[in-house]
Design a protein around this ligand. Sequence first.
Ligand code: SAH
Length: 261
Amino acid sequence: MTARVGTVTLVGGGPGDPELLTIAAARALASADVVLYDRLAPYESLAELAPRAELIDVGKRPGHHPIAQEDIERLLVAHARAGADVVRLKGGDPFVFGRGSEEVEACRRAGVPARVIPGVTSAIAVPAAAGIPVTHRGVSRLFTVVSGHAPLEPEELEHLAGLGGTIVVLMGVSNLPSISAGLLRCGMAPDTPVAVVERGCSTGQRTTFAELARIRETAERAGIRSPAIVVIGEVVRRARLGDAEAEALLADAVAGPGGGA
Ligand code: SAH
């Protein structure tokens, strides 16, 4: 008798609000035998979403690595080989900075069938939750999503500063001072509006606004913590619709640096 090999499904869990799971994601969870989930995945309602499944927390906190990536991959393969239908639930979209593609490759190397259910990425959804469109006709026709996990190289900063569209930084909280200083050094306008959105799409969502030249001190004063998305570019002014703080920022920018009148 040959035992049935299970499957691995990488599921994008969206930015945190279970309402932003896809129908395919909810279906995969509902029929899963095992769910390995992340800190950023919408795990609070997992017991309801995956009622039959064994739930395994493989979450990482910044600077801490409770379960190494190789061990996560080993776990996925081991459970699938034991016949389980495994869901690997990840925050946002599995292929945006989530190491999802490495997990798919690990499964394929091990002969375990793997598929991917895309998710709503925080790179777009979190700015939107704060009222910021990543594109706006006549304002920005491109957006660049960049990881701020490691400091950006001088050439990267130069290209970003020269692009003229929207810059979205993920994992950028600790390197925000060096990123903002680098962009200013490369000639980006000091009054370029910046928004930092913490815990987007969840009840603790908070948005902090500042001009590029002041974001470092403003972020420090506000005590900004991960997870957060940094949005840099003129589209940030669009958030002023209905947001008093952003409106003040706009008034500031119109009056000019230090301008009161
Ligand atoms: N695959 C994920 C990103 C993983 S990298 C996606 O597509 O969304 C982890 C980073 O995503 C965090 O450091 C933070 O910058 C961002 N992030 C994810 N969820 C977030 C949320 N709800 N609010 C703010 N930032 C979030």
